[in-house]
Write a protein that binds this ligand. Structure first.
Ligand SMILES: Nc1ncnc2c1ncn2[C@@H]1O[C@H](COP(=O)(O)OP(=O)(O)OP(=O)(O)O)[C@@H](O)[C@H]1O
Ligand SMILES: [Mg+2]
Length: 358
């Protein structure tokens, strides 16, 4: 096959032969030699049809492409549309989207979210840190009440009544944290941005690093936040909400319960445990929209089964561990209340296994 540069008359001859083949209904084989661009705009050489592409990109992009790929050749510009269609040559842009062909693929650094959380927990190394962090966030949000409830109940709702059967393990003992202010749209955004110092310019705020919330992962793998219209559920391991999480880069879901109250009726088991907790009521009458006045954070204690597969922590919480945690809360809460600016009322309640609603 000619690898040098052909003359204009040779080009004309080759094109005429291709056109003759087209008009006589020959099927072009993949190794059929076709004129491709070489050197100048007019120069050409012959290459197998399977390695030719049609130029559909601007000059700059094309030049960059030419430099980095030797196996793809641009069809000569003098070839007629009829011949191009007959050859069925693909456009150059389609090849650019196939990284294995041009040798360039998207390849940046990533930090798996589970690993990031695990490392944050090393910095916030005391499990009772979470009490302080929740209290600080409630204070920053301007709330005047921040309460905690240790709920030892075990719910037995059928898996079909949950938003995902994987959520069943979150229906045992849990720590609830309540404050009387709603998340703003910005707060919903900020909480997904780990390590963003969103309160940096607000000197009156305690939060500095955009990390503190993650201390909740000491005790749970699946924290959720009910605030105003929304319920947010994080599942960094992607073990509980597989039905809905398609990308591990932002593993969680946000439900708009105000606009879609049918979610409450469709998954009653998911919402039952909330009823009666810090004024929460999912039993709404027809025509009413759901709205929770405040913020209710649910932290279901990590079970032994979850701990066995969790990428975040292997520590699980049985009754003994939970009681030890409550004791450490009692110790730290005395010091905490002193530094709070709004003097938010801090209350810790306990709900036994057989208790009804508080
Ligand atoms: N109870 C809450 N009410 C309103 N917004 C909250 C609450 N908890 C967390 N957020 C939002 O989530 C963001 C992240 O919270 P996080 O505690 O991780 O970081 P921070 O408070 O900004 O800084 P720091 O790491 O120093 O605590 C907050 O900036 C806030 O916007
Ligand atoms: Mg904080």
């Amino acid at each position: 096959m000619n690898t040098g540069c052909g003359s204009p008359s040779e080009l004309k001859t080759v094109i005429s032969i291709l056109d003759w083949m087209r008009r006589n209904n020959f099927s072009p084989k993949s190794d059929l030699p076709v004129p491709v661009r070489k050197g100048t705009q007019d120069g050409f050489c012959l290459k197998p049809c399977s390695k030719a592409v049609l130029c559909d990109l601007d000059k700059g992009t094309m030049e960059a492409f030419n430099k980095c790929d030797e196996n793809i050749h641009i069809l000569h510009k003098d070839i007629s549309i009829a011949i191009i269609e007959w050859l069925d040559v693909p456009p150059l842009s389609s090849k650019m989207l196939q990284p294995e062909l041009i040798g360039i693929e998207q390849y940046g650094q990533v930090e798996p979210i589970v690993l990031r959380i695990k490392n944050i927990l090393k910095e916030y190394d005391q499990e009772h840190d979470l009490l302080k962090e929740m209290l600080q966030n409630a204070e920053d949000a301007g709330s005047t009440v921040c309460s905690f409830l240790v709920d030892m109940r075990q719910h037995k709702d059928s898996p079909e009544s949950l938003i995902d059967p994987g959520m069943a393990s979150c229906h045992g003992p849990a720590l609830w944290s309540y404050n009387n202010e709603c998340f703003t749209d910005e707060d919903f955004h900020n909480i997904t941005r780990i390590g963003t110092a969103s309160k940096e310019k607000q000197v009156d705020k305690i939060g500095k690093f955009g990390l503190g919330f993650n201390s909740v992962y000491h005790i749970t793998d699946v924290p959720s936040i009910l605030s105003g219209k929304y319920l947010l559920i994080f599942d960094p391991n992607v073990t509980h909400l597989k039905k809905y999480i398609h990308s591990v880069t932002n593993p969680g879901i946000k439900l708009n319960l105000y606009e879609h109250r049918r979610l409450i009726q469709k998954f009653p088991g998911q919402f039952n445990p909330y009823n009666g907790i810090f004024g929460c009521n999912f039993k709404i009458s027809t025509g009413e929209n759901f709205y929770y006045e405040g913020t209710l954070i649910k932290l279901p204690f990590r079970t032994p089964e979850e701990a066995a597969v969790s990428g975040i922590s292997s520590k699980y919480y049985n009754q003994k561990h939970i009681m030890a945690l409550v004791d450490s809360f009692k110790q730290t809460s005395k010091d905490l209340i002193i530094f709070l600016k709004n003097r938010a009322k801090l209350l810790v309640f306990m709900m036994k296994k057989k208790d009804g609603f508080p």
